[in-house]
Design a protein around this ligand. Structure first.
Ligand code: GBH
Length: 481
């Protein structure tokens, strides 16, 4: 490891908000309880168990479906301003379609939301955190453009049922993970390997589905409910491997392919997919013998319909990658990484976490925030996830350092660079099901005992630290007044 920097002794602005996050499949359990339908993560963990560390599943997870009142007690103890959680689409609509509403699922979320409100905690609700109802996968999942309408109807159902109490909505969490990993690389549910085609068709559906949900809110719900709607896009900062123009271009290209692909159509004043993607994919598709680009084209009407469909910008970020320019990959089988053609690495001196991809690089957060601020015209930004994994120990000092250093970097972006960050969300409230990594990587500021049928929760040192940060709006014992 390398030396650690001192946390800032400046205060967060008075209106800055702090929260914690979870997601339905990662914490709820109760996978088939009370009429819930099957989703693609139920299906994937049950049918392809060897894709998950120790064949783990989210069947029980943290059992929050039964223990949500304990979760609310923990949130209250931390003093968070808001709780970001997601709705399980199949718990509300077991078939994925609106032909059937599962009242028990609706009651579960109504109870959770009213317990939060009674304790002064704002619900921040994600509609889709990766758990597509299996019947919609059977018709192709997100690469099928017809899912735009299925998502829109689900969104309308959620706004109708919960919108009197929920004022902050996020449509999708990290569409890059859904599209690239789920339909390109075949690495996560549903495990489809169609790189160079699947992730592009998936993104085309998702940006349109997001926009449709936004317009539905705008026209049918905003006048009475008066809330805010956005989409969560994730990014790792891309640092050029040298000062050369080639490496700078390669780093920018990686940001456009990974973040801009989902963000540009919505957040950029010009709309549409990033030009560098349109140009490169069209060129390579032609050389490969395709009659049209593998990247679906957005019509002028679609571009107009999608752009500007946000009330604030939601950003997840955990780490940084270094980027070097390389020669374009040879023309052959289509693929996302060939379309992108850059090489990435992480500096061996960066501190590790329990996750191979997650190195501790706090300065990358400040650079990323400045890049987002400049690229998308100075939006209001809420950081909807940031956090660190370890082995689950209670005395988690490296996690405290991670939070102190990342929050320092964010504070510098706000106070020194004028970036409009108004909220910060720690991932996660508690240890949970970490997708392909099962229960091996722990992100919680509360520990969960997964051996115990009761799934006992215990606060970690980082939970106590975060609690003091929230209470004092300050990262150290005493801040400058
Ligand atoms: C977040 O994504 C998710 O939103 C959240 O649900 C999850 O619990 C959290 O990460 C922690 O994992 O397998 O080496 O190819 C963060 C961005 C990018 C992290 C893809 C995992 C897979 C890397 N994710 N990455 S690898």
């Amino acid at each position: 490891g390398q030396s650690r920097s001192e946390p800032s002794n400046k205060k967060f602005p008075e209106n800055f908000r702090f929260g914690v996050a979870t997601a339905a499949y990662q914490v709820e359990g109760g996978w088939a309880d009370d009429g819930k339908g099957e989703n693609i993560w139920d299906h994937y963990t049950h049918h392809q168990p060897d894709h998950i560390a120790n064949n783990a599943t989210g069947d029980v997870a943290c059992d929050s479906y039964h223990k949500y009142m304990e979760d609310v007690e923990m949130l209250k103890n931390l003093g968070v301003n808001y709780y970001r959680f997601s709705l399980s689409w199949s718990r509300i609509l077991p078939t994925g379609y609106t032909n059937q509403i599962n009242e028990a699922g609706v009651t579960y979320y109504k109870n959770l939301i009213s317990a939060l409100k009674e304790n002064g905690i704002e619900p921040f609700v994600t509609l889709y955190h990766w758990d597509l109802p299996q019947p919609l996968q059977e018709i192709g999942g997100w690469p099928n453009p017809l899912l735009e309408d299925n998502f829109a109807e689900y969104a309308r159902t959620a706004f109708t049922l919960f919108g009197d109490d929920v004022k902050n909505w996020m449509t999708f969490n990290e569409p890059q993970q859904t599209c690239l990993f789920g339909y390109g690389l075949g690495a996560t549910a549903p495990g489809a390997s169609a790189s160079g085609i699947g992730e592009y068709k998936c993104a085309y559906t998702i940006v349109k589905a997001h926009a449709k949900a936004y317009h539905i809110y705008d026209e049918e719900f905003r006048p009475t409910q008066n809330g805010r709607v956005s989409i969560v896009v994730d990014a790792s900062w891309a640092e050029p491997g040298s000062d050369s123009d080639e490496d700078k271009e390669a780093a920018e290209r990686l940001l456009q392919f990974s973040y801009g692909f989902y963000a540009h159509p919505i957040y950029h004043p010009d709309g549409n997919f990033p030009q560098v993607m349109i140009d490169r994919i069209a060129d390579r598709s032609e050389k490969e013998g395709f009659p049209t680009s593998r990247l679906p084209e957005l019509s002028t009407e679609e571009i107009e319909y999608i752009r500007g469909t946000f009330d604030f910008l939601c950003l997840n970020s955990y780490t940084t990658n270094m980027v070097k320019w390389t020669n374009d990959y040879a023309i052959g089988a289509p693929g996302y990484y060939a379309d992108l053609s850059v090489s990435t690495y992480q500096d061996p001196s960066w501190n590790n976490s329990a996750s191979g991809w997650l190195k501790v690089v706090p300065w990358g957060m400040r650079k990323l925030l400045n890049w987002v601020d400049q690229t998308y015209n100075h939006p209001e930004i809420v950081i909807t996830e940031n956090g660190f994994s370890d082995d689950g120990r209670l005395d988690d000092l490296t996690r405290i350092n991670y939070y102190a250093e990342y929050l320092t970097s964010i504070l510098e972006a706000v106070l020194e660079d004028g970036v409009n960050v108004t909220g910060y969300t720690a991932w996660s409230l508690m240890d949970n099901f970490q997708w392909n990594f099962g229960y091996l990587e722990k992100f919680g500021i509360y520990q969960v005992d997964f051996e115990d049928p009761d799934r006992t929760r215990t606060i970690k040192s980082s939970g106590e630290y975060y609690k003091s940060v929230i209470a004092n709006k300050c990262l150290v014992d005493t801040c400058e007044e």
